[in-house]
Design a protein around this ligand. Sequence first.
Ligand code: ATP
Ligand code: MG
Length: 343
Amino acid sequence: MLQVESVSKRFRIGGRTLHAVESVSFEVKPGQTLGVVGESGSGKSTLGRVALRLLQADAGRVLFEGQDLADLGQKELRERRRDLQMIFQNPLASLNPRMTMGAAIEDALIVQKMGGSAAARRARVGDLLTRVGLPRSVRDAHPFELSGGQQQRVGIARALSLSPKLVVCDEPVSAVDVSIQVQIIDLLRELQEELGIAYVFISHNLAVVQYLSDTVLVLYLGEVVEQAPAEQLFDAPRHPYTRALIDSILRVPHSAADRRMIAPPRGEIPSPLSPPSGCPYHPRCPIATDKCQHEKPSLQKDASGRLVACHYPLAPADATASTTPRLTKVLDTTVRSASKVDT
Ligand SMILES: Nc1ncnc2c1ncn2[C@@H]1O[C@H](COP(=O)(O)OP(=O)(O)OP(=O)(O)O)[C@@H](O)[C@H]1O
Ligand SMILES: [Mg+2]
């Protein structure tokens, strides 16, 4: 349904070039979910925007149902937009402050000449609000009158109002409480089963990505370092960066403060304006060698068809085996500190 081929997006900043997304390829089939993970600044939102042509790529192309989006004129692109929706990371910025929520959702229906009569549209808006767990009275509210979580749910209702074929969900649950998170995740899943919607699901929350995704793409400084079926990737990551990301979620977030839960893999993320030589992950990688400092590993397919960009990919078996001692160690420490309190 969606084919993204070697797309790159660069930004000029003060005479320097920032490679926000570099040569990224993936495809999404109808009814499937591609998860996109990576630390802040790794290029997730930029990739999502480029995939929907909300941003023009500097290189590469995007095909939707076999059609290059760059070939479409304004009118055709607008029609295509109906099928391609985005749930924005920052819901407040994506809502017009002067429009009521009902008007914001109806507006999309009117622009796309969908939704029928005024009464039919009104009913549809009410249904959509209910589906995302909001009271119908939200229809008459302005964005600033709603909480972050409510705004985000309006954003979801609006994206879904046009019965899209593909939705890029950019951190769709980052601003909502855990109880609502579950409700929204289940809603997205339900709609996928009912309507066959495909998702590109961008999130810091690896647990949610694991739950929803068929395939997962791991971005580091704008580049793919690993891409694999979700189950395999989480069971046995092959890239040390993926490994570090997964290790950092042994603790599940339960509070708003915990939301940005990925304790970064050791060290700081280098500036994307001056990425490291060789493998971009080498300064932080526990198994890096001289070779990693000088030679950039290309994204290679392994025997099982997974993609990894690493000179020394973790053996799938090793990665699984080492999960157990680590978990045991964490549990052990917890038990020991608890018994210390007892004595
Ligand atoms: N319009 C822009 N102009 C200049 N630089 C930009 C622009 N948009 C993004 N960038 C830069 O591109 C890189 C990738 O940004 P992006 O927002 O895609 O990251 P992200 O993975 O979505 O991060 P987060 O998890 O914080 O949302 C960052 O270094 C960012 O500063
Ligand atoms: Mg983002």
